[in-house]
Design a protein around this ligand. Structure first.
Ligand code: TYM
Length: 338
């Protein structure tokens, strides 16, 4: 077995519903890059998941390409990893159907993201929204991934994927690897700048609540200056100081300094003004190369097409073998077509 095959396998995905937020970046994408040296990594723009909330076709197409280019700009290296578009690889949706039949209605009803999103969009509580975690399980299990790096908000879905894998293995014999979640110890939940008790989310209606990874320096600094904090003056990480805790976490994630080092750096300052500007500058400086690289890549549609086509073909070859095994195990008649 080659060294490449012995390495553990990572899978993760991200929805192309808008420009990525600093939450997506710190909670997930930032960790994807270093993992490429230690693991075989498969990363995916999950456009099928994005259909669960109404989205214009032209916007979905554009956002999917932009998401792909943003991930490359963030350092996904195609010499080491696969990066493809979910709808190009039909095995995910195929496995999803099979896994549906090993998932209980009650389990899906308990998913907090389903409850939140169905409250937010009461006019469109579609079956896809309900079934979304099963497609996510299929994304992971169709590669027999060992490890899944995600932000804290996806852990409930990952736990369900583990339950489905174990249940399937119990019923049909060892088939799937039971995947482990990997949540970064720092920044697993980056909070809104306007309401630091809520997670930073692409769908927030208040643009000041969210830093986008393609925001320019002035915009990032302005958003940080307006960040909601508290009426004290001390820059310390402590319970009850949600706004400051969030800014310290962000600062620490983009500078590589520990929270304690950051606290020390800003100790003795009277008020939060300078600290907020320093956070904004550190974020903008950290993201500047991503913005530059993105601007270059998004112009080169032919290159993007070559990348997602080659990676998609490889992902299909790999996952088809696992899907064929599943088909045998569950008793489907063998076919020459597959
Ligand atoms: P999505 O597209 O909502 O988010 C992508 C990744 O970003 C993380 N994240 C955050 N982390 C910290 N703080 C935040 N404020 C924040 N907001 C988002 C998410 O936890 C996630 O890791 N269902 C998934 C996509 C998916 C997937 C998969 C992930 C589909 N199939 C298979 C892993 C494996 C989702 O909607 O993520």
């Amino acid at each position: 077995m080659s060294e490449q095959q012995q390495k553990k396998l990572i899978f993760s995905g991200i929805q192309p519903t808008g420009t990525f937020t600093l939450g997506n970046y710190i909670g997930a994408i930032r960790n994807w890059k270093p993992l490429q040296d230690e693991y075989r990594c498969i990363y995916c723009v999950v456009d099928e998941h994005a259909l669960t909330v109404k989205i214009e076709p032209a916007k979905l197409r554009q956002k999917t390409l932009e998401a792909y280019a943003q991930l490359l700009a963030c350092g996904i290296d195609l010499e080491k990893s696969l990066l493809f578009i979910q709808s190009h690889v039909p095995t995910h949706a195929q496995l999803s159907w099979i896994l549906n039949c090993s998932t209980q209605f009650g389990e899906l009803s308990r998913m907090t993201q389903f409850k939140d999103k169905s409250q937010k969009h009461p006019d469109d509580v579609n079956a896809g929204l309900f079934d979304y975690p099963v497609l996510m399980a299929a994304d992971i299990l169709v590669y027999n991934a060992d490890l899944v790096p995600v932000g804290a908000d996806q852990m409930q879905h990952l736990e369900l994927a583990r339950t489905i894998a174990r249940r399937f293995n119990g019923r049909y014999g060892e088939t799937f690897t039971v995947p482990e979640g990997y949540v970064s110890p720092l920044g697993a939940k980056v909070m809104s700048l306007q309401d630091p008790t809520k997670k930073m989310s692409k769908s927030d209606e208040n643009p000041n609540a969210v830093i986008l990874i393609l925001d320019d320096k002035d915009t990032i600094i302005r958003k940080c200056k307006r960040a909601v904090t508290d009426s004290e003056t001390e820059i310390v990480f402590r319970e009850g100081k949600d706004g400051i805790n969030n800014l310290l976490t962000i600062y620490s994630a983009v500078t590589g300094k520990t929270i304690q080092e950051a606290e020390k750096e800003f100790s003795g300052q009277n008020g939060y003004g300078k600290f907020k500007i320093a956070v904004g500058e550190a974020v903008a400086d950290h993201l500047a190369p991503v913005r530059e690289e993105y601007a270059r890549l998004i112009q080169d549609k032919a290159y993007l097409k070559k990348c997602y086509t080659e990676c998609g073909a490889e992902a299909l070859r790999y996952s088809q073998r696992i899907l064929n095994k599943v088909y045998r195990k569950i008793g489907f008649v063998a076919s020459e077509i597959r």
